[in-house]
Design a protein around this ligand. Structure first.
Ligand code: ANZ
Length: 846
């Protein structure tokens, strides 16, 4: 009988795994096919929490699964250990961010070990180690060499509280992702990575991930890249030498342009207003001050009243020479397209709202009631859902309805474009613009270049030098790493410039080529640089000659299964995809997408609400672990629901899970047949349950239906117990077969209990490396049923028989059964009642 407590069992097997390095990935000589399973690496923000428990359980299930399927599995772990929280904690406590960081890492390491995750512990990396960040600097220099790292002065998102710039991706609803402070714009000279050069590839390659990544994530990436196709059109502005270019997705509507709008915060607006009357200049200055406080989100919102200032200037429509008044209005953004638009109020809702607010002309140039072959007509309905069939375009006058005409149709009032469908008119207009030199086909992206400079201490120093004559030169590769200086004497508190600038002896250096004094760049890199390529570092974690070995990359990468939260759907995944493509272009990897498949897990919530420290509704990982043990916690989480769903801890039963595990262990201890016993001939019903699971389990895991797998394992435990208690008993070979199957499958979810069972069943550890058997097709035939054979109404045995068996055949089978023969011995059968395939009853006398 089992004697050890769950905690004793887990301690025993964790010590075993540690001692034997059980889950270390195989090396060069390992001929098994390889699988690279990776969970998004953690930020060392304190103890592990329930979100970690879920995330690393799932990756562990996948990693363990592939080992059981004969693969050489790499399942590494590291820490994303640079970043603001460490720095803020250091500021609060007047300590070194290193202390806080490495202390938390140690704590989390211990947590993972106590949780029984099958990591390859020989490959641990921390991005804040110079041995790691040296290669961030190397990567920076590679991008710089290729013209993909550059400096520019531009308005950046600035968090006034953290006193640092933020990437667009780090601004959520106009607020700092980290601290929630409202983000403002500030002009600064910063380093950028030119991700926009890769916009088309980043977008187009998403198609090859369809079916392997959650569709939602692909869609979020597509929207983030936001490719628009249209034309650039040049407009002359009266009194200005240079034409002004606008981007439009609807160059077909050029004849319908009735005014022109520039972003108030674009340089052009300031230039144009300089010639306006003093009143207008004052009005503009006031307006600009207001606009600068608004977020881009607000500015683009459609339901707020339109505002703007007429700049007393005119643009000339290139197709008909009409004079268009030039306005400054906040709904036009300075950093999208060219920061200016041709306004076509009849066919663009924002322009229409503006025209109606300021009484500007509205000119319809597309008849949206005209039929266009192949187009789906947009039919308006009234409150009762009855279609309103417009008689003619006059019934849809946007000036009256307030609704812009954006649907399909045919061009009118547009010279020789008249009669063309929208789509043909766009193409024709672009041809004409190109012929006259007044415009050209153009694409635009919502995606911006990746701003990577941070004015903080706890990050990778940017490996560039500022020479005395104002040049900026790279640090030589053989001089890397540029190590962070000691924090001693530095004031880390936010002040808008990097604390590194004050590290005098660090900042002052010499330019090795000239021997002249030079200053180090004081900024550090966005930590998303660190995580953009870490999956490659795991392949050569200890190399001090290369960031990663291309041969190892060819062997292991790309990552087969990547598991993490949907909060990384845009930022991290986009950057990692970008850097992978750059490395491909350099010739260092032979693939263009880093993560072949992606699994997003839901959140662990409590009573329907997200858990957080501030809400005081945290379920603590360590407490759960102490109370129930790792396996019960793992089973509870796996059983709690589909991977991608949120799991409400209020619905989870750890005690239920613990009872299930205890039952499973008892079953293994009860088995009373020798190792190697022949299974054939064992209880057919139990064998079928076992083999059906052998057949189904791989598919369940590959489809990440871990909760269903747990349910099936529970079913198997019940079936074994039933056979032990009521059937042929613990010595039935089918019981051993089922218990062994249970142990090797339970290993995915409850590995400590599985090892303990495997040992109780007389095997050598580790069960984690045992291959799953394949199902016997003969035992998978579904159409058999259980027949009860009774003698005088008392069940003597049960038989597995084909569902379509006939009465005579069933009776013969029953008579041939040993137990039935014994019950009939010396008695006279007076009557046999056969109801195939369910029942056979022998009525006997004597
Ligand atoms: C004229 C026009 C007529 C437009 C029409 C649309 C419909 P997306 O799809 O988001 O790329 N636009 C261009 N630059 C802008 C800026 N800096 N701020 C705000 N709006 C800007 O949108 C492209 C369209 O948004 C462009 O096409 C332009 O308006 C506007 F019936 O040009 B359109």
């Amino acid at each position: 009988t089992p004697s050890l407590s769950p905690h004793a069992i887990q301690d025993k097997w964790q010590a075993y795994w540690e001692e034997h390095d059980t889950f270390r990935a195989g090396g060069d000589d390992d001929t098994r096919p390889r699988k690279y399973v990776l969970a998004m690496f953690p930020y060392p923000s304190g103890d592990l929490h329930m979100g970690h428990a879920e995330n690393y359980l799932y990756s562990d299930i996948v990693a363990r699964f592939w080992r059981h399927r004969g693969h050489n599995v790499l399942n590494p772990i590291g820490w994303d250990s640079f970043g603001l929280p460490a720095e803020n904690a250091a500021i609060r406590r007047g300590a070194d961010p290193r202390e806080w960081t490495y202390q938390n890492i140690d704590q989390q390491k211990a947590g993972f070990k106590a949780y029984g995750v099958s990591f390859d512990w020989s490959r641990v990396l921390h991005t804040s180690d110079p041995e790691y960040y040296r290669w961030n600097q190397w990567l920076f220099l590679k991008l710089y060499e290729r013209g993909l790292a550059y400096r520019k002065k531009s308005p950046v998102n600035w968090c006034p509280r953290d006193q640092t710039v933020l990437a667009n991706e780090q601004v959520v609803d106009g607020r700092c992702e980290r601290c929630g402070t409202e983000v403002v714009k500030k002009k600064l000279t910063q380093w950028y990575f030119k991700i926009t050069d890769y916009a088309d590839r980043l977008l187009d390659d998403l198609n090859q991930l369809e079916g392997f990544w959650p569709h939602k994530v692909l869609q979020m990436q597509r929207n983030w890249i936001g490719r628009s196709v249209g034309a650039d059109v040049d407009f002359r502005i009266e009194g200005r030498d240079e034409p002004v270019t606008v981007f439009s997705t609807r160059p077909d509507t050029l004849h319908g342009a009735t005014f022109f709008v520039v972003a108030p915060d674009a340089d052009l607006a300031a230039e144009l207003v300089a010639d306006a009357s003093p009143e207008v200049q004052a009005q503009f200055a006031e307006y600009l001050a207001k606009v600068q406080k608004e977020t881009d989100i607000d500015r683009q919102s459609t339901d707020r009243p339109k505002t703007g200032v007429f700049l007393e200037r005119y643009a000339i429509n290139p197709v008909n020479g009409e004079r268009l008044p030039v306005w400054a209005a906040d709904y036009v953004l300075a950093d999208y397209g060219h920061g200016a638009v041709m306004a076509v109020p009849a066919h663009d809702q924002r322009d229409l709202d503006f025209a109606r607010a300021f009484d500007l002309p509205i000119k319809v140039v597309v008849d949206t009631t005209a039929p266009v072959t192949g187009a789906i007509p947009v039919i308006e309905t009234d409150a009762d859902g009855v279609p309103i069939m417009p008689e003619s375009i006059d019934d849809q006058d946007p000036a009256v309805t307030g609704i812009a005409l954006t649907g399909e149709g045919r061009l009118i009032n547009s010279g020789d474009l008249d009669g063309l469908s929208k789509r043909n008119a766009v193409a024709r207009q672009i041809e004409k613009l190109e012929a006259s030199g007044l415009g050209r086909a153009a694409k635009n992206y919502r995606l911006r270049d990746w701003l990577i400079s941070r004015q903080r201490f706890w990050g990778t120093p940017i490996p560039m030098l500022h020479t005395q004559d104002g040049e900026i030169v790279p640090v030589a590769e053989d001089q890397l790493p540029v190590r962070l200086p000691s924090v001693e004497g530095l004031d880390l508190s936010p002040k808008g410039t990097s604390p590194l600038g004050a590290a005098e002896s660090w900042v002052r250096t010499v330019d090795p080529t000239t021997g002249e004094p030079a200053l180090r760049d004081p900024d550090t890199m966005d930590t998303f640089v660190d995580s953009s390529w870490y999956y490659l570092r795991f392949l050569s974690p200890n190399s001090d000659t290369v960031a990663f070995d291309p041969t190892e990359a060819r062997r292991w990468a790309p990552v087969d299964s990547y598991i993490g939260g949907v909060e990384h759907a845009i930022l991290h995944l986009l950057y990692a995809r970008f850097i992978t493509k750059v490395l491909f272009d350099i010739g260092l990897v032979d693939f263009t997408e880093p993560f072949s498949s992606l699994i997003n897990q839901g959140m662990v919530i409590l009573d329907g609400a997200k858990m957080s420290k501030s809400k005081g509704n945290l379920v603590l990982f360590q407490e759960e672990l102490d109370a129930h043990g790792a396996d019960a916690l793992r089973v509870s989480l796996a059983f709690a629901g589909p991977v991608e769903d949120d799991k409400d801890w209020a619905d989870v039963s750890t005690t239920g899970a613990a009872k299930f595990l205890a039952r499973a262990l008892r079953v293994a201890h009860d088995v009373d047949s020798p190792v190697g016993v022949v299974f054939a001939g064992g209880d057919a019903g139990l064998r079928r349950v076992t083999h059906r699971l052998l057949a189904d389990a791989p598919g369940l895991v590959e489809q990440t239906k871990f909760n269903v797998l747990v349910a099936r394992l529970m079913e198997l435990v019940n079936a074994i117990r039933k056979t032990i208690d009521s059937g042929a008993g613990a010595s039935d070979p089918a019981v051993r077969e089922a218990a062994e199957t249970l142990a090797v499958m339970l290993d995915l979810i409850a590995p400590h209990s599985a090892e303990e069972m495997w040992e109780a069943l007389g095997h050598e550890p580790s069960v984690g490396l045992v291959q799953w058997r394949s199902a016997d097709p003969a035992l998978l035939i579904e159409d058999t049923v259980t027949t009860a054979v009774q003698v005088n109404g008392k069940v003597r045995t049960t038989l597995e028989v084909p569902a379509k068996i006939g009465d005579a055949e069933l009776e013969a089978l029953a008579r041939a059964d040993e137990k039935v023969q014994r019950a009939l011995e010396g008695k006279e059968v007076v009557r046999v009642i056969v109801r195939a395939p369910k029942i056979v009853n022998f009525a006997v006398k004597g």
